[in-house]
Ligand binder design. Structure first.
Ligand code: COI
Length: 356
């Protein structure tokens, strides 16, 4: 159990007005959580302080070799001044999977969750209440040793910041267009594709810029070896409904094990809806589209929630999915997952956590 000290700001910022367009990740709350790690001493000095700039050496290792991990979570307004978060144990566990791959020290899962909950309590009034809005939470760890040799750092910072946000895509629940990338790759098996670390997102930028230039919102990555099997989208996992069955690429080490991805699979099982994690080739997808079996496509992610895909481009072919509109299963999953998160629906699988 962490003994978190709390220093409240004496100059609180104005909160966004209800109805203001928050966008995603632009606005930050009054406070942040911070805790140090020193080799030999472990994690120490957990504290909540006013949101502020960091002072780091330009030689801090994170700037040079990217030894860093991050997580993404959301807080929603609860009943009687409480707040809800969603499956925080999954984020805490995944953080340690990323830590392990990146040689970052283990962070006890209960400490991760306690830090997130403590910040949500302090900045509870920043949770926005508009439709599709939430307080996006960004826990992360960076390597801070002042050293230019390539080695694991001996010191780190674990921080949590919070950002009142709306939909990740400006288009909201309107289906997005996705570019299937056939030149660049994001990750390979044995690499760190499964880890939530900045380098994976840096690797994805060139494909994303290319996709944007061509008029598509996001890029869908193929496997790095055969460039044949579907992996994930820049900021979400991907699902297809083919001939009545929900399918998603199986986790193979180069795909992010998304919390929303897992929630969709579990919900489908709970509903007795056929669902399968498997290798899906781009050819199989094209075939399904040509035969009329490709019924729905959607992405899943904490930021993106459930995001319908209306258009997929591969080579010279642009596939329009479900007439470019949101499909019924996509809509049902969106309604159910957001309903559970917001406390509007029963929580049959015990995912909602109330912070009092
Ligand atoms: C999230 O969904 O929380 C993520 O971390 C994806 C990020 C690229 C916005």
């Amino acid at each position: 159990m962490l003994n978190i000290t709390i220093q409240k700001t004496t100059t609180p910022a104005a909160k966004p007005a209800p109805g203001a367009n928050l966008g995603f990740g632009h606005i930050f709350t009054d406070h942040m959580f911070i805790m140090d790690y020193t080799e030999g001493k472990g994690w120490h000095d957990p504290r909540i302080v006013p949101f502020q700039r960091l002072s780091l050496s330009p030689a801090a290792m994170v700037f040079h070799y990217g030894q860093a991990m991050f997580e993404g979570m959301k807080a929603y307004p609860g009943k009687n001044g409480s707040a809800y978060i969603f499956r925080p144990d999954m984020n805490a566990k995944r953080a340690n999977k990323s830590n392990e791959r990146l040689c970052i020290p283990y962070l006890p899962e209960e400490d991760f969750i306690q830090a997130v909950e403590a910040l949500v309590r302090v900045d509870r009034d920043w949770i926005p209440t508009g439709e599709g809005e939430s307080l996006y939470l960004r826990p992360f760890i960076i390597a801070t040793d002042e050293f230019l040799g390539v080695a694991p750092s001996k010191t780190y910072l674990f921080m949590v910041i919070a950002s009142p946000s709306g939909a990740y895509y400006a288009s909201g629940l309107n289906p997005v267009g996705i570019w299937i990338e056939d030149e660049y790759v994001r990750a390979v098996r044995g690499g760190m594709g499964f880890a939530k670390t900045g380098g994976n997102y840096a690797a994805s930028l060139i494909g994303q810029v290319k996709a944007h230039d061509e008029g598509f919102a996001q890029v869908l990555w193929l496997d790095g070896v055969e460039r044949k099997y579907i992996e994930e989208v820049g900021s979400m996992n991907i699902f297809f409904k083919i001939a009545g069955k929900i399918v998603t690429p199986m986790l193979n080490g180069s795909i992010l094990p998304g919390v929303t991805r897992d929630s969709v699979i579990q919900l489908c099982k709970h509903w007795n809806m056929p669902v399968e994690e498997k290798r899906i080739s781009v050819d199989e997808l094209l075939e399904a589209q040509h035969s009329g079996a490709l019924e729905e496509v959607f992405g899943t992610g904490t930021a993106a929630v459930i995001s319908p895909v209306g258009k997929l481009r591969y080579g010279d072919e642009v596939m329009t999915i479900n007439g470019g509109g949101i499909g019924p299963v996509t809509q049902k999953l969106y309604d159910t997952i957001t309903g559970i998160q917001l406390g509007r629906l029963e929580d049959p699988l015990g995912w909602r956590v109330e912070i009092k």
